[in-house]
Design a protein around this ligand. Sequence first.
Ligand SMILES: Cc1ncc(COP(=O)(O)O)c(C=O)c1O
Length: 485
Amino acid sequence: MANFKNLQVTNSMELHLALEGRQDLAGQLYRQLRAAILDGRLANGDRLPAMRFLAERLAVSRKTVGEAYERLAAEGFLQGKVGSGTYVSAQVLAVEHPPAATAALRANPRWQALAARPRLPPQLPVRYSFAGGTTDKRRFPFDAWRACLHRALRLQARSPAFYAEVLGYPELRLAISRYLAINRGVRCDWNDILVSQGAQQAIDLLARVMLVPGDLAVVEEPGYPPIRLAFEAAGARVVGVPVDDEGLRVDCLPEQAKLVYVTPSHQFPLGQPMSLQRRLQLLEWARERQALIIEDDYDGEYRFDGRPLESLQSLDREGRVAYVGTFSKTLFPELRLGYLLMPAALRAELRVAKQLADQHSESLQQLALAHFIGSGAFAKHTRRLQREYAQRRQHLLNRLNGDLAPWLEALPAVAGMHLVARLRQPRDLVRLCAELERRGVFLISLAPFYAEGLAMPGLLFGFGAIETADIDPALDILRELLSQA
Ligand SMILES: Cc1ncc(COP(=O)(O)O)c(C=O)c1O
């Protein structure tokens, strides 16, 4: 019979040991501890239990445990410290892990193909970062957030231990619906809001409930790659439709598309808003084909010029628009909080899809966010960021339209947290970006955002991560490199 024991090895971890029969007990113990060290379950510096304690737990003699420990110590896996105990030794850290035994498993070919796709360049820890999609965490009011989390914990402690509502806490859905009505001109009933893990999950859920393999789905070209992948994962054939200075070219839409994904407030990545005329054309197009429009308003909170145009959702009279928003650009992306304003016709299916994905979004943060919005802390924070980003954006524009103008032309954009500049003369952007990185500047080209055609030669300047004072030294390095023939 096997003698199973979970063994407390560190303050937070238990190691599972199983001794079989009465034969070679020291050898069994030795092999299991050795394997645990080699595969990393026992880490360098972990303290093993005292021999007497372990012998009692496993119902073996102290001599048995002593033999196993001695053998491991002789091979350099353990080290005894006088008066302190027995520890996993540093010498074995370099041991390579054997290849996983699961190598023979084969995933669904569709997912294999997705896994083989190039990823967006990772943000690098450099001196000056123009990474896109990053908010300024240094200005996040962590004290106010902590107070909201404490309050949420108190509420949670008092509520029954069960799952929460699949679509999200009513308090938060109500707060989001008010925010959308007041700040974004989006009218909605809070019952139509689904709280998601970021915009990405909201769009993934829409893909799951709308698409069957072989369906045609449209994204913008250029566009945000993970959205295209979500549609492909659902089995769709994905077509990129070009954008011009009025947004998506509605006249280029393929006839059979089942859904069309757009970023009308601030085209990602180029930045232009979709004109009112295009919005109306797109709605008309979708009405005639019974198609769904996904409106991704990912960073429209930040506006720097003029009045916002009416959202597609508020222009729509037929319930054809699924409006998606996120707190990734107003709070920070690791929180994974976003929302979907569900078209009435898809509500029941979206609720099931959300339940199957994760039952509901994490509850503590939902409650905290409801209070953060309700108490006015959210509005105060976004106003503050708006001022800060306006300053950074203006500074960037002054340079792009000033001493960098011989090489770069800033594309018009009135919202969001990044600007795009087109290169006046083609040049090797892979080399330029690599050289910038070597000099401590993170800046990426537009190439990763084009899936089908030739990329416009240009650079994407995110200003969520960079302080105003750091913009000049970073751009000085860029100018120096651009001016080298
Ligand atoms: C256009 C666009 N849509 C969606 C997202 C995803 O946002 P979330 O973090 O809420 O999933 C991003 C993130 O950068 C984005 O740029």
